[in-house]
Write a protein that binds this ligand. Sequence first.
Ligand code: GLN
Length: 453
Amino acid sequence: AFLGRIEAEDGAINAFLHVDAEGARAAARAVDEARAAGRELGPLAGVPVAVKDIMTTKGVPTTAASKMLEGWKPPYDATVVERLKAAGTVMLGKTNMDEFAMGSSTEYSAYGPTRNPWDLSRIPGGSSGGSSAAVASRMAPLSLGTDTGGSIRQPGAVTGTVGAKPTYGGTSRYGLIAFSSSLDTPGPFARNVLDAALLHEVIAGHDRRDSTSIPQPVPPVVAAARQGATGDLTGMRVGVVREFDEAEGAEPGVIAAYKQAVETLGKLGAEVVELSCPHFPYALPAYYLIAPSECSSNLARFDGVRYGVRTGDDGHNSLEEVMALTREAGFGPEVKRRIILGTYALSAGYVDEYYGKAQKVKTLITRDFTAAFEQVDVLVSPTTPFTAFEIGSRTEDPVQMYLADLYTIPSNLYGGPAISVPCGLSDGLPVGLQIMAPTMRDDLMYRVGAAFE
Ligand code: GLN
């Protein structure tokens, strides 16, 4: 049924870069056979899932939406993909994204933009826009994305789906094509909070192949979502951040939906507390130094020798020329912008002033969170300052694009979990409520999210 829906709908939406119909049918058959034979089934046996194309999938094309990796078939599965298989899920295919996960709209894909199912002239968010659009358009009941600076929550918000960023290190980075290694976090998209928790629990947990993976038990997110579904938040303290309220550029319709959501939380029994996180306004600029710096280092591996395409290897060009021509042809404009910015920020004489300074801001933001969580259980905010914008309306001015991440980035720098849950409409377009929780307390955001929805 889902493959049929993809065939009918995806021509207009472009959520998938690769549909693995054969693999999906084989996986579904295997579940049927296991069931018929009375074998024990995984917790999500037979449930279809779409996977962001930044995750390696054994034998299935993986491009990270870049020309650089066109035609590449990884020899191994990412840990999260391995765990999807162990849970019995059926992978439908690989979803579109901003090239190497750099962007907020999926317009920076080398394979054309994905369109928002709510309005095909608008963006589905990014960078995991194929994954959000696939769930929003009912082409997949579940999908995986990655969130480095909002790339699960922001697309979740603008497509009216639930998107969760687990605690950094709570889900393995092994097999993700690295963007910003100190921030990259895989996580779930779903139609509701409980479904997201079910997928979260399946992919999370320690992995010794990821050096920053946390060796602790997975927080009980499914139990917390079930508990939250009773709709009682008595005893919970919910913080609203003054600095977010004062931030400029948020759409009035978004703020109205958010204010109403906070009121609802109060009606469910939560105590709403206003507090200050003085360094949050510096999160966005710090992120746009840290992420490009790490990307400039991580993307050095795409040199035309080890992976993917090679350009200019005509027997006359030097090795260095071939590398330069390969990178010139293989990377899109946003990726180049990040590599140049990051290389500059890391260069001798500037590294302390830029990368070093940004890391200090990261520490201050972490302290803001730690202090806030002494007073409250979770923090809430709108997920994004504006709803899905028109395709093409923000690509000319990168700073306008970066503003989409205003509310999401602080929790990336801190490393704690955060979820976006639909909280109404503004001018007919979905708005998301963001719930941020302390590190390794992913259960709290699921509890509040499930109570709210
Ligand atoms: N929009 C942010 C960026 O462009 C976030 C990307 C992400 O989370 N992968 O870097």
